[in-house]
Design a protein around this ligand. Sequence first.
Ligand SMILES: Cc1cc2nc3c(=O)[nH]c(=O)nc-3n(C[C@H](O)[C@H](O)[C@H](O)COP(=O)(O)OP(=O)(O)OC[C@H]3O[C@@H](n4cnc5c(N)ncnc54)[C@H](O)[C@@H]3O)c2cc1C
Length: 326
Amino acid sequence: MLRGTDVVINTGTTPAIPDRPGIAESRSWTSETILQLERLPHRLLILGGGYVGCEFASMYALFGSQVIMLQGRSQLLPREDPDVAAEVAEILADQGVEVRLDARATAVRRNGDGEVVMILEDGSQVAGDELLVATGRAPVTTDLGLASAGVEITERGFIRVDDHLHTTADNVWAAGDVAGTPQFTHASWNDFRILKANLDHGDATTRGRIVPYTVFITPELARVGMTETQARAEGRRVAVGKIEVSAIPRAKTLHDTTGTWKAVMDADTNLILGAALLGHNAGEVISTLQMAILGGLRYQQVRDAVLTHPTMGEGFNLLFDALDDQ
Ligand SMILES: Cc1cc2nc3c(=O)[nH]c(=O)nc-3n(C[C@H](O)[C@H](O)[C@H](O)COP(=O)(O)OP(=O)(O)OC[C@H]3O[C@@H](n4cnc5c(N)ncnc54)[C@H](O)[C@@H]3O)c2cc1C
C-alpha cells in the first residue's frame, strides 16, 4: 500500500466498444491494438466517423487499403461545423475512402474464411478483411474504490472535478482524460501545470483555457476556439471568413493546395472567436491564431499584419480579408 497526503487520479481513457452481437468475437481492432497489425489489410472496415476513425481512414487509404467507414450520424466529426466536416468527407473520398453516413451497424460476424462482416440497420451487409472499432473512449474508473473514498463521477462516468482539478474528496485530485479534460496530450500536460501550482497551495484554474487540437488526416485539420455553430448558439452576431488553401502562395509553391481555411469572428467586437484550418501544416499555423486570440487582437490587426512571404501563415492576410457578415 502506498500512502500520501495528496492523491492524483490520472488513469486516462480506454477504447469504448459498443455492445453489438458478435463484436467481441469478431477479432476487431481498436486504435491501440491496430498498431500491432503486421500486414496491410486489403479491405479495412472502420466503425465510427469521429476523430480517430477519420485519422485511420486517411492513413490506411494512403497506405493503399480499400477503406469503408461507417458513421452512424449524418456527418463525420459531429463536433465540427457541417461545412468543415463535409469538406473532410470529400477529401477522404478523394483518397479512396468510402464514407457511409447514417449507417449504423447492428451486428458483426467473422466468417470461417477470415472475412469480417458488419450487418447494418437496413439489413445490408458490408465485408472486409479487418475491422477497426473507433466509437469513442471511456474513462478508466473501475476498481479504484472511488465511491468509498468519496470521489464522485459525472453522468458520463468521468471524475467530477472543479476548475482547480480538485475532486469531491479532500486532497484527491484528477487530471487528463479521466477528469473530463479535452482528450489531448497537451491538455493533460496543462492539467499538470495547474496541479503543480495547486499542490503548492496555488490558485491555478482551467477556467477560460483555450485548447486547440489537430486532426491528423492528410492534410491536417487544425481547430482553435469556437466553431461557427457554437458562436451562433451563443446568440452572437457572427462574421465568417473563408478561403481556399489554393489561394495561399506557399500552398501553390508546394503543389499542396487541398483544403479550406475558415475563421469565425464576433461582428460586434471584431474579436476572433475561433478557426478551422484544413490544409498543409495547419497544425503548426493554428498556434499563430491562438496567440492572436490569447492577445485579444481584433481580426483587422491580423488582416493588416505584414506576414512573411511565402509561408502558410501569410494566408491570414487573405482569410481576414474575405468576410461574410451575417
Ligand atoms: C488513436 C489516438 C490518437 C491520439 N492522437 C493524439 C494526438 O495526436 N494529439 C493529442 O494531443 N492527443 C492524442 N490522443 C489523445 C491522447 O493520447 C490522450 O488525450 C492522452 O494520452 C491523455 O493523457 P492522460 O495522462 O490523461 O492519460 P493516458 O495517457 O491514457 O495515461 C493513463 C495511464 O494510466 C494507466 N492506468 C490506468 N489505470 C491504472 C491503474 N489502476 N493503476 C495504474 N495505472 C493505471 C494507463 O495504463 C495509462 O498509462 C490520441 C488518442 C488516441 C486513442
